[in-house]
Ligand binder design. Structure first.
Ligand SMILES: Cc1cc2nc3c(=O)[nH]c(=O)nc-3n(C[C@H](O)[C@H](O)[C@H](O)COP(=O)(O)O)c2cc1C
Ligand code: SF4
Ligand code: SF4
Length: 253
């Protein structure tokens, strides 16, 4: 089983590439979360992969919440691995996941793989820069075969967290502060299509009178709403204006 969370396709693409080689079933964490499917019980000897993005150096809050709620049954016969996708700093995703697994199942993952790809954090990165996007996609395609081979071989290789505890604390605080939905605005090009609301993994957006409204005070900050809008009408602070949108061209939504 390969469980992935993906807003703009990098993790989905990686999960699909791994599954094409291993034959493992791919499961969207968003689908599982929305349908209340919180059971993760690999069969004896079955591998379990987590393919996840880095948010502020840590697990997306929706992923941490899912794992807290999950009924996790793992024994030593399962090969458990993470693939952490990121743009420039992979942070402590694997280490944070290990803590949750240890507490809930008594064991950690066997391996962690790092997959550098396009950084979809559009406040900081101009995703209209085609040269950057293409070089990051190429980089991911260079790294993927080695990662897939490692998974097939059941390689045991662990990654230490990048940030020491005080830095990690700062990143978590910054993530919490940034997650307030009051930072979103919509311009007049909005046509009321509702795609932003349909994309939101948390159901935090409702469309009334032809305009989206953020009905929750905070969210997981995946920026899926911004990237999916056919009119690019959504901004997350002024920093995203003119920075374009992104979805990994090697997979589909
Ligand atoms: C809220 C948020 C925070 C992010 N923080 C980081 C980060 O700390 N380090 C990093 O390298 N990339 C960061 N990114 C970029 C994503 O981890 C990266 O683009 C990932 O591959 C996206 O996966 P997806 O396309 O499957 O959604 C962040 C993205 C978002 C939306
Ligand atoms: S996806 Fe864009 S155009 Fe459609 S309702 Fe949302 S903001 Fe408006
Ligand atoms: S409101 Fe937008 S950024 Fe927040 S969780 Fe929903 S889709 Fe993601």
């Amino acid at each position: 089983m390969i469980l992935y969370f993906s807003s703009t396709g990098n993790c989905k693409y990686a999960a699909e590439r791994i599954a094409a080689k291993t034959g493992d079933q791919v499961t969207s964490l968003t689908d599982a979360y929305q349908s209340g499917e919180f059971s993760i019980r690999p069969e004896e000897g079955e591998s379990l992969g987590f393919v996840l993005p880095t948010y502020f150096g840590v697990l997306p809050t929706i992923v941490a919440d899912f794992l807290e709620k999950a009924e996790l049954r793992l024994d030593d016969s399962s090969y458990v691995y993470t693939v952490d996708t990121y743009g420039f700093h992979y942070g402590n995703v694997a280490a944070e996941l290990a803590k949750i697994l240890r507490r809930k199942t008594g064991r950690e993952q066997d391996a962690d793989f790092l997959l550098q790809s396009v950084d979809n954090w559009v406040p900081n990165f101009d995703l209209t820069d085609e040269a950057y996007v293409q070089s990051a996609l190429d980089k991911a395609d260079q790294l993927l075969p080695g990662i897939i081979e490692g998974i097939v071989q059941k390689k045991r290789v662990r990654v230490k967290g990048e940030w020491p505890a005080p830095m990690l604390m700062m990143m978590k605080k910054a993530y919490k502060k940034a997650s307030q939905t009051k930072n979103f605005t919509v311009n007049d090009s909005c046509v009321g299509c509702g795609k932003c609301a349909a994309q939101c993994p948390l159901g935090a957006i409702t469309v009334t009178e032809g305009r989206p409204h953020w009905s929750k005070a905070s969210c997981t900050l995946c920026l899926g709403c911004l990237h999916v809008c056919p009119k690019n009408a959504i901004a997350y602070t002024k920093a995203t204006v003119g920075h374009g949108q992104y979805y990994n061209p090697k997979t589909t939504r």
